[in-house]
Design a protein around this ligand. Sequence first.
Ligand code: ATP
Ligand code: MG
Length: 399
Amino acid sequence: MFTEAFQQAVEIIDKLEEHGYDAYFVGGCVRDLLLNRTIGDIDIACSASPEIVQQIFPKVIPVGIEHGTVIVRHKGGSYEVTTFRKDGDYSDQRHPDDVTFINNIDEDLKRRDFTINALAMDKHGEIIDLFSGTKDLDAKLIRAVGNPRERFMEDPLRIIRGLRFASQLGFSIETETLRQMERLINEIETVAVERLTNEFSKIFQGEFIQNSINYLIQIQGFKHLPIFSNEYKLFERIPKPLTAFYSFAEVIAMFHYLEEKITISDWVKAWKCSNQVKRDAMNLFEAISYFNKMGIDSWLIYRLECCNFRSFEHLIELLFNQPACLKSLYNKKKALAIQARNDLRIDGHDIMQIFPDKKPGSWMEEVLKKVEYKVVMNELNNNNQHIKEWIRCHPPETN
Ligand code: ATP
Ligand code: MG
């Protein structure tokens, strides 16, 4: 009944039980198994302390010992193993003041965000369901565990997590849970931006993104988010119906396209994204702007990174209602005369020899750029003699 990943994780539970501890599958993996969805990561909760877990298993990465979490590496897989815990007060609305390790699962399930995430399962597939999470799974409902107001006050990120599950699962948000989300939405301003970005990235990648965005609009969530707090009309300009994105870089590229005065750097800074996200967003923005003027040609494909193909395909469909075929993008990429400037059969020395009186300078870059374009567009053969001849006939304008 279990997939291979679960089977291997059962061996971890077996080992913990052999040492006299209780251990269960918890969180998203149980929810997704019951929903017949692809399982992300497998999380295990147990009564053993992190120190004990480290002693029991040979390969353990201590990722968050103070919260009771370690990663156990087993047969090539990684499993988050967390000690049953009870959270203290959340006076800063971010982290519990203290975490107490406990030895039964009931209290541990109580601290979890939504009923559908507060399910545990033993190694035989027996479900522990203290908050009617399975009923909510059947009814497709996102409902806070316990008192929603208290739970959102403890950690306002849970409001955004609720929207994330609405996007991933297409579920409705239970009435009282939604009412408290709406009342407390301004509290998300206290949440660390990185945590918001992580959840938003998942919101935009969810299959039911429009469902989630509708809720976000309903609770006026934009007013409390980086950049949108000043520009929340921007949200009204998002194309509808919205379909799943592939990356946060793609989201940034779209918003920058919709409102050019907010730069990609502004987005990256406000949402604390990595340099890789910035590079991908720039690459995508350049491609969609070029597409809007010129359509798909060899130059566009040459400039667009393969890792952004799917995002590009999605964006041109969303923004211009134009289909693109992913397979044909890959084929065209493969068929290009060159893949990178390094493949040009000419270099700086050759260019200097053609113009021996000129001092090296930015003019050389200009020449190379033109040659690169000509070769990519199949207007010039990638052949040393041909290129030199072309350069002689098209000398740089500056001195
Ligand atoms: P995914 O499939 O994306 O991993 P998930 O439900 O496993 O979804 P995680 O962020 O991995 O989500 O969290 C694992 C579990 O930890 C959740 O299912 C939930 O029970 C609990 N959890 C995570 N974050 C919070 C939070 N901020 N407040 C309360 N419980 C949380
Ligand atoms: Mg998870």
